[in-house]
Ligand binder design. Structure first.
Ligand SMILES: Nc1ncnc2c1ncn2[C@@H]1O[C@H](COP(=O)(O)OP(=O)(O)OP(=O)(O)O)[C@@H](O)[C@H]1O
Length: 252
C-alpha cells in the first residue's frame, strides 16, 4: 500500500451527497442525499436498476464527476473540494479504477500499460514487473503481455484495465461493471482475483448487475432513484457458481 491509513477512519465516507445534472436547462437528479460509509478492507457492491445513480455515485467517489452538494471523505481527508491536479495525485496513490471506458494507452504494450501506474507511484521496476506478471497471470493474460491493446478483444482489454487498476495496490478499488462484457470463464477469473485481493485487505466499491459479483461482497448497497434504499450485510459464508460449471469459493 502506498500511504498510511488514518487510524480509525473509514476508507470512504459521503455526507448527504447530491448530484443534479442539467440537461437542456432541466435538472436531472442522479444522486439524492447519499450517506455511505465504507470501512477499510470492506467490499461493497452497489446495485440497483438502470438509471438509479450507481455510476454517478462511484464516479464522484473517484473524482471523475463533481458533486452538486455534500461531502466526500477518503481515509479521513475531505476530497470533494480538491482541484483536478490534487485528484490526479490521489488517484495515482490511493484509488484504482476500472470503468467501462478502458483508457488503455494504445502505443504501449499490455505489460507497460499495467506497470505504468505502479512506476508512477514510485514502485521499483522489479516490483512493478512482478506485480504485472502476477496480475496478468491471474487474469489469464500472461501470453498477451507484449501485445498492443488494439490487438485484444473487448473482454481482454477490460481485464487488462482491472490489472492496471490493481497494479499499484491502491488502498481503494472503484469499479463500474468490471465483468460487464465478459463471458463466464473470464468473469470467473475476475471474480477469483477480486476475492483474492479482498482477502489481502483490499477495499473495494463496485457497481454491478451481476449477483455472482455481489455475492463476493461484504455488503450490498441498493440504490433507487438516487437514494440508498437497502444497505445490507451479506451472509458470511456462501458459495456460488462462477461460470463454466465451476464452483467459486467466495469467502475464506
Ligand atoms: N452526463 C450526464 N448528463 C445528464 N444526465 C446524466 C448524465 N449521466 C447520468 N445522467 C442521468 O443520471 C441518472 C443516473 O445515471 P447513472 O448512469 O448514474 O445510473 P446507473 O444506475 O449507473 O445506470 P446503469 O445501470 O444503466 O449504468 C440517469 O437518469 C441518467 O440519465
Amino acid at each position: 500500500m502506498t500511504t498510511a491509513s488514518e487510524a480509525g477512519q473509514p476508507a470512504i465516507r459521503t455526507v448527504n451527497l447530491v448530484k443534479i445534472y442539467q440537461t437542456g436547462g432541466l435538472p436531472v437528479p442522479a444522486v439524492r442525499g447519499v450517506d455511505l460509509r465504507v470501512e477499510p478492507g470492506e467490499f461493497v457492491a452497489v446495485m440497483g436498476p438502470s438509471g438509479s445513480g450507481k455510476s454517478t455515485l462511484v464516479h464522484m467517489l473517484g473524482g471523475l464527476d463533481t458533486r452538486t452538494s455534500g461531502e466526500i471523505w477518503v481515509e479521513g481527508r475531505r476530497v470533494d473540494t480538491l482541484n483536478e491536479s490534487a485528484w490526479a495525485v490521489l488517484r495515482r496513490q490511493q484509488i484504482g479504477f476500472v470503468f467501462q471506458f478502458f483508457n488503455l494507452v494504445d502505443n504501449m504494450t499490455v505489460a507497460d500499460n499495467v506497470e505504468l501506474p505502479a512506476l508512477l507511484a514510485g514502485t521499483t521496476p522489479r516490483h512493478a514487473r512482478e506485480r504485472r506478471e502476477y496480475l496478468l497471470g491471474e487474469l489469464g493474460l500472461a501470453d498477451k503481455a507484449d501485445s498492443a491493446p488494439a490487438q485484444l478483444s473487448g473482454g481482454e482489454q477490460q481485464r487488462v484495465a482491472l490489472a492496471r487498476a490493481l497494479a499499484n495496490q491502491p488502498r481503494v478499488l472503484l469499479a463500474d461493471e468490471p465483468t460487464g462484457n465478459l463471458d463466464s470463464r473470464n468473469t470467473r477469473d475476475v471474480l477469483r482475483l477480486l476475492g483474492e485481493v479482498h482477502r489481502q485487505g483490499q477495499t473495494i466499491v463496485l457497481v454491478t448487475h451481476d449477483g455472482r459479483v455481489a455475492g463476493l461482497a461484504d455488503r450490498v448497497v441498493t440504490l433507487l432513484d438516487g437514494q440508498i434504499v437497502d444497505d445490507g450485510a451479506v451472509a458470511p459464508r456462501r458459495r456460488t457458481r462462477g461460470g463454466a460449471g465451476d464452483v467459486v469459493e467466495l469467502r475464506s
